[in-house]
Design a protein around this ligand. Structure first.
Ligand code: SAM
Ligand code: SF4
Length: 314
């Protein structure tokens, strides 16, 4: 459906958990997130029912399962099956990849079409530092291989660029993406728990990528700008919520694991659909509330994006 600014809203990001098996320095507190009781999180059936209502009410064409880490959610395959059976559009998933090797084929069979995998460095010492866990590059390369093997491609790899942490790896990532067959997308770091001047702008990323040849913007893919580098035909993406906000084309809404609908990443409050559901509201009532929230989607994030990505669904 169109919102009051005429934007086509057709993309639901569905967070199925606020928990995670790692602790990225820009996302989660080292000690983990404050524990929310299981009863406060949408059940599998509630998740399927609410997402079905949202999909119909707003004519959603794409659903992304996210989190927290969606693959730690008990029942995630049931959620995927439940959504895919009633949803004619795209169904995709974002993961840190650690559990993907054992689940890729089941995810494919359940209805996931492709996956995005997050990886912020190609160096084991830095992967450890950023994730605060003993993860190695080969773990993520195994996940990438499992995704290809299960047909969950094209595989995109998302890398949050942070000054003095991994911003010297742009060229290496582009080379690595050529070797592995993934598309790498660099993400501008949004304000987070990480202190200091960690922000690296789109222009700086382009400058660093230019070491491999002339960088030319080719097209847009959702919120990412797609660039070619040199004559090799190699491409990469940049998601630049600050340098290139794309709010005027934003097509997204989000449902958190707590059952709250957020029509913008900057919208901390949102509308509790869980309360309506648990108070026996019918599909029609919930649909009207969903359409109202979509209609009133904010014009832009105004530079004030939600830092708790694990909570709202990154
Ligand atoms: N756990 C999954 C993962 O890491 O892919 C899915 C959820 S995670 C919140 C989704 C994406 O949000 C990841 O690619 C992550 O790098 C990104 N993200 C989290 N915090 C961010 C921040 N402060 N700035 C930019 N991207 C961020
Ligand atoms: Fe977990 Fe993803 Fe957040 Fe990293 S970015 S801590 S993998 S939810």
């Amino acid at each position: 459906m169109r919102d009051s600014k005429g934007r086509e809203i057709n993309y639901l990001r569905l967070s199925v958990t606020d928990r995670c098996n790692i602790r990225c320095i820009y996302c989660m507190p080292e000690s983990g997130v404050p524990l929310v009781s299981h009863n406060d999180i949408l059940s599998v059936d509630e998740t399927i029912r609410l997402s079905g209502i949202i999909v119909k009410a707003a004519d959603i064409r794409k659903v992304r399962i996210t989190g927290g880490e969606p693959l730690v959610r008990k029942g995630v395959l049931d959620i995927v099956r439940g959504i895919s059976s009633g949803h004619p559009g795209e169904l995709v998933l974002t993961t840190n990849g650690l559990l993907l090797r054992g689940m890729a084929k089941q995810l494919d069979a359940a209805g996931i079409e492709r996956v995005n995998i997050s990886l912020d460095s190609l160096r084991n010492d830095r992967i450890r530092l950023i994730s605060r866990r003993d993860i190695r590059l080969e773990d993520i390369e195994d996940a990438v291989a499992a995704a290809f093997d299960a047909g969950l491609d094209p595989v995109k790899v998302n890398c949050v660029v942070m000054r003095d942490i991994n911003d010297d790896e742009i060229e290496d990532f582009i080379k690595w993406s050529r070797e592995t067959g993934v598309t790498v997308r660099f993400i501008e770091h949004m304000p987070s728990r990480l202190s200091g001047d960690t922000f690296v702008s789109r222009d700086e990323i382009i400058k660093k990528a230019s070491a491999g040849g002339e960088v030319v913007r080719q097209k847009d893919d959702g919120t990412a700008g797609i660039y070619s580098v040199g004559d090799s035909g190699q491409t990469f993406g940049i998601i630049a919520p600050f340098s290139d906000p794309m709010c005027s084309f934003c097509s997204r809404i989000r449902l958190s694991a707590l059952g709250t609908l957020h029509s913008c990443l900057a919208q901390e409050e949102g509308v509790s659909l869980k309360e309506l559901l648990r108070n026996d509201a019918g599909d029609d009532v919930i649909s009207d509330i969903v359409r109202g929230a979509v209609m009133n989607k904010p014009d832009s994030h105004g530079g004030c994006v939600h830092a708790k990505m694990w909570k709202i669904g990154g």
